[in-house]
Design a protein around this ligand. Structure first.
Ligand code: GLY
Length: 351
């Protein structure tokens, strides 16, 4: 089993990574939680694959469980669902000393984590991420939240989990589109922090080959993320580097009304075009954008910016959370594995 310990202020929590970890879940939960009641928050797709297994693991160790199953998809991260979940927790008489498990991808991790951060002013929670994106990114670092009609993640908190349990073998049931989307975030880590990791990814091709190395890949990403969030939990500096490709990516998602394109696909396009621009400006080693384009093609990810209405795109960038007081804190690469925060404006993207 691979283990990482995350230390943020006074808080310390483990990330455990192992294929088949779900089959030992009951025992692992028993090691960190001495109470009785557990609420599992998940979505319909994940429940169909793993709900029964997780419940059996927990009841097998004597826990009393309740499972709350939400519809899959980004629209689940809403105030309406929040209210429904709080109702379910009240009905189950969940107390502050009980436990919430977030079993799912980024959407479930975000809303279940926000429930845990706010219900009764805070209940402990465990993240069990089941998508590649959640395993390498959103389950680590404590960002939780929901969406407003005006935009994504506009209400939220920083709330660290008690533990993160990652079973990469569950990725076998992930659709190709979402697996590829997750790979965009994996590639991002190589781009911002680790050239050797980027080159290792360049040496793999099929999904089968990636899955043969998946424990190591997830571990390497979580190690990078751990180091970043330990230095900067609240997004004041270093953590912003994790947003490489995301300014343009979020704007692309918004222009597509969050349908037909995954977050990872939008980030892929964002990483390439941001680097193309910074290379044109002489801030990035020549050939870097081409290197990124090659790896995106290799992983079946898009790189072309097909949005005709550039005014709309620039307008969406202007609404980015990293855009404060007219200054956009954009993440640029100077080379693969080397990233910087660059103060600019949304006009940087007028390509
Ligand atoms: N997903 C970016 C972050 O956790 O800061």
């Amino acid at each position: 089993m691979r283990k990482i310990s995350v230390s943020i202020g006074e808080e310390k929590y483990p990330i455990l990574i192992e294929n088949g970890l779900l089959d030992q879940l009951g025992k692992e939960i028993k090691k960190i939680y001495q109470g009785k009641k557990i609420v599992i928050i998940t979505d319909q797709n994940v429940n169909d694959h793993y709900g029964k297994k997780v419940v059996n693991q927990l009841t097998g160790e004597g826990f009393t469980t309740k499972i709350v199953v939400l519809p899959p998809g980004e629209s689940t991260k809403s105030f309406d669902n929040l209210q429904n979940i709080y109702n379910e927790l009240l009905e189950f008489k969940l107390t502050r000393s009980d436990l919430i498990i977030a079993l799912g991808g980024g959407v479930i991790g975000d809303i279940a984590g926000f429930v845990a951060a706010t219900f009764l002013r805070g209940v402990t929670f465990v993240q069990i991420p089941t998508s590649l994106l959640a395993q390498v990114d959103s389950s680590v670092g404590g960002k939780v939240g929901i969406n407003l009609p005006q935009g994504k993640n506009l209400v939220g908190a920083f709330c660290q989990p008690t533990a993160v349990f990652i079973d990469p073998s569950v990725l076998d049931t992930l659709t190709g589109k979402f697996f590829k989307g997750g790979m965009a975030e994996v590639i991002k880590y190589g781009c911002i922090k680790d050239k050797a990791f980027f080159n290792l990814l360049k040496g793999l091709s099929s999904r089968q080959e990636i899955m043969a190395h998946i424990e190591e890949i997830v571990y390497d990403c979580c190690m990078i993320k751990k180091k970043v969030v330990e230095q900067d939990e609240k997004d004041q500096g270093e953590r912003l580097l994790l947003n490489f490709g995301h300014t343009l990516g979020h704007a692309i998602e918004k222009c597509h009304h969050y349908t037909g394109i995954t977050h990872g696909e939008a980030v892929a396009i964002g990483m390439y075009h941001t680097t193309l621009r910074s290379e044109q400006m002489g801030m990035t080693k020549s050939g870097t954008a081409e290197n990124i384009k090659e790896i995106l093609i290799q992983y079946g990810l898009p790189y072309e910016l097909n949005i005709k209405d550039r005014h709309k795109l620039i307008g969406a960038i202007g609404l980015d959370k990293k855009n404060t007081g007219g200054v956009l804190k954009e993440i640029l690469l100077t080379d693969i594995g080397e990233s910087i925060i660059y103060d600019t404006t949304c006009h940087f993207f007028e390509i």
